[in-house]
Design a protein around this ligand. Structure first.
Ligand SMILES: CC(C)(COP(=O)(O)OP(=O)(O)OC[C@H]1O[C@@H](n2cnc3c(N)ncnc32)[C@H](O)[C@@H]1OP(=O)(O)O)[C@@H](O)C(=O)NCCC(=O)NCCS
Length: 174
């Protein structure tokens, strides 16, 4: 994977996630609000994250980008997962809470959609999100994702089951 040249997206650069980034990512994934958005419990350890990383770098169906701001500070991650033969992939993203609300996620998403279309020939990018995550719902709608499907009670979190919304972005619109 190459770093992307983000002339258009200005505020950020995308580069491959590296081992040195992992302690910072573990910090984000132990923040209850970041975890709520992802529908997971806090408590990730560096050992678990390192195991995940070693598997991830061997897995050709996944690309995980670190997002750096113009000062070179690593502010979040964005990933294309399940890159498949149907030329679709699932996007997921998480940013350190101290970096929220500055447009980094928006610019990173634009960069990844463009990368998916131009560098790997995708035609569609989709996301699965939890309706209780209002920030994430607002974010994907603002980015132009359209709701395709509501999956009934697919996910257990906080002692109850939740529906899962599937939203997609048609890359022919770019
Ligand atoms: C979801 C997440 C990536 C959004 O990051 P962010 O830094 O707030 O996003 P941005 O600053 O780029 O905001 C982009 C747009 O989203 C919308 N938005 C963001 N926060 C919002 C809020 N609290 N209420 C309403 N809209 C909001 C805005 O419309 C914003 O557009 P604007 O800049 O024109 O106002 C971030 O909150 C996060 O990492 N959450 C934890 C993990 C997660 O939930 N991931 C998503 C599931 S895969």
């Amino acid at each position: 994977m190459q770093s992307t040249d983000n002339n258009e997206e200005g505020k950020i650069t995308l580069r491959p996630l590296s081992r040195g980034d992992l302690p910072r990512v573990v910090g984000w994934f132990n923040d209850p609000e970041v975890c709520e958005g992802l529908g997971r419990k806090p408590g990730l350890t560096l050992e678990e994250e390192t195991r995940w990383f070693e598997e991830m770098i061997q897995d050709h169906s996944r690309l995980v980008f670190a997002v750096d701001n113009i000062e070179g500070v690593h502010v979040g991650n964005i990933a294309l997962n399940r890159i498949g033969e149907d030329r679709a992939a699932m996007v997921s993203l998480a940013f350190g809470q101290e970096h929220w609300g500055r447009g980094y996620a928006r610019d990173a998403m634009k960069g990844v959609l463009r990368y998916g279309k131009e560098k790997i020939g995708l035609v569609e990018v989709y996301a699965t999100i939890y309706p209780f995550n209002e920030r994430s719902v607002a974010f994907f709608e603002k980015m132009g994702f359209k709701k395709n499907e509501e999956r009934k009670e697919e996910h257990e979190y906080g002692g109850r089951k939740w529906n899962l919304s599937v939203l997609s972005f048609d890359l022919s619109r770019l």
